[in-house]
Design a protein around this ligand. Structure first.
Ligand code: FES
Ligand code: FE2
Length: 357
């Protein structure tokens, strides 16, 4: 699956008490973004994920390591320690822990106590993010493939942005399957009915057609007719003589994010990878990576960047006030157009159930 598995740091966890997910609730077993790559340099950094205080640092190969923040000796914060010879050294009594969380040196002590270890997560680094696997000691599937941000980068214009929200991971992740809020909340004018198709049920899947392995995949397509390009930029787009009749968005999801591919009149125009940083049960950071396909025509590229890149960014901020005030377990009177969300919730729950307790 993932050809970049050398980027994955697999710790040697040998003791069951090293599991670090005891307090977290309702997170699916999956890959999550822990932080941006450029936010982690030579110094260890305190981070919070899944409601737990953690520390991130880089070992001698530059690989990111994420482990319990508080030292198993007397609880000092390793985030104010330093990296020495590829290990993290606690500031208090200089115990050293390697990438697997094992204590490898205690000054003036020969026998290292078996409980001297830090619970450690599996990590990877791709697309400018440090990723963390949550839910089991070894990942149940590979990282999503997003070549538009990697080896096919030269064909796309790139834009990344972040939104902080005070709600659960699931509320944020289920958003793209809620196709009706596109016209209501996002006020996108469509000239006919919105159609949602659940691809898991009926799509004839080519395994290599998916950005994620099949059993971790949840796919839908959303289609609607349009008279012209939508939103404030419509007049500009029309003035340039660009016309469009239909829009289709294919969403390839997994338990903690998705890649949406936008097609105008059957032509791929953009891809968006949307993943989250799961800070705590009611605190989620949405990380969006938009890639707009280049056409080779300078002015047209500018228009498409505005229409699909910047419009996606401003659109995403419209969800934030709803997320910040929503009752996480509220609602229940569903109608036919909620099918996408309800089906996704079943899929999501199956991955919450896979979390090792
Ligand atoms: S508290 Fe970390 S070495 Fe003592
Ligand atoms: Fe939205």
């Amino acid at each position: 699956m993932n050809s970049k598995l050398e980027n994955v740091v697999t710790p040697k966890l040998t003791q069951p008490e090293t599991k670090v997910d005891k307090n977290a609730k309702n997170f699916a077993a999956s890959w999550y973004i822990a932080m941006h790559s450029n936010a982690l340099g030579k110094q260890p950094k305190a981070i919070e994920l899944f409601g737990q205080p953690l520390v991130a640092w880089r070992n001698q190969n530059g690989h990111p390591v994420i482990m319990e923040r508080y030292c198993s000796h007397m609880g000092a914060s390793l985030a104010i320690g330093k990296v020495v010879e590829g290990c993290i050294q606690c500031p208090f009594h200089h115990w050293r822990f390697d990438s697997s969380g094992e204590c490898v040196a205690i000054p003036d002590v020969e026998r290292i106590p078996p409980r001297a270890r830090q619970a450690t997560y599996v990590t990877a680094e791709r697309y400018g993010y440090i990723w963390i696997w949550y839910g089991s000691q070894t990942p149940l599937f590979s990282l999503p493939e997003f070549p538009a941000a990697e080896d096919q980068k030269h064909n796309y214009m790139l834009l990344r942005f972040t939104n902080n929200t005070k709600t659960t991971a699931r509320r944020v992740i289920e958003n793209p399957y809620d196709h009706y809020h596109i016209t209501a909340l996002h006020q996108i004018k469509v000239s006919g009915p919105l159609k949602l198709t659940l691809l898991n049920d009926q799509y004839l899947i080519q395994q290599n057609d998916l950005p994620i392995q099949k059993d971790a995949w949840f796919g839908v397509s959303i289609e609607f007719p349009i008279n012209k390009y939508i939103g404030k930029l419509g007049p500009l787009v029309q003035a340039l003589g660009i016309d469009a009749k239909s829009f289709m968005m294919r969403v390839d999801g997994w338990p903690s994010g998705h890649i949406a591919t936008g097609f105008v009149d059957g032509e791929e125009r953009f891809k968006i990878m949307d993943c989250i940083i799961p800070v705590a049960e009611n605190e989620t950071i949405s990380e969006v990576f938009v890639t707009v396909k280049k056409t080779g025509k300078f002015w047209l590229d500018i228009v498409y960047y505005l229409v699909f890149g910047l419009r996606s960014k401003s659109g995403a901020t419209q969800d934030v006030p709803v997320f910040n005030t929503i009752k996480p377990d509220g609602g229940g009177a569903y109608v036919k157009y909620d099918l996408g969300v309800l089906k996704f919730r079943e899929f999501y729950q199956s991955w919450v159930d896979k979390v090792e307790k």
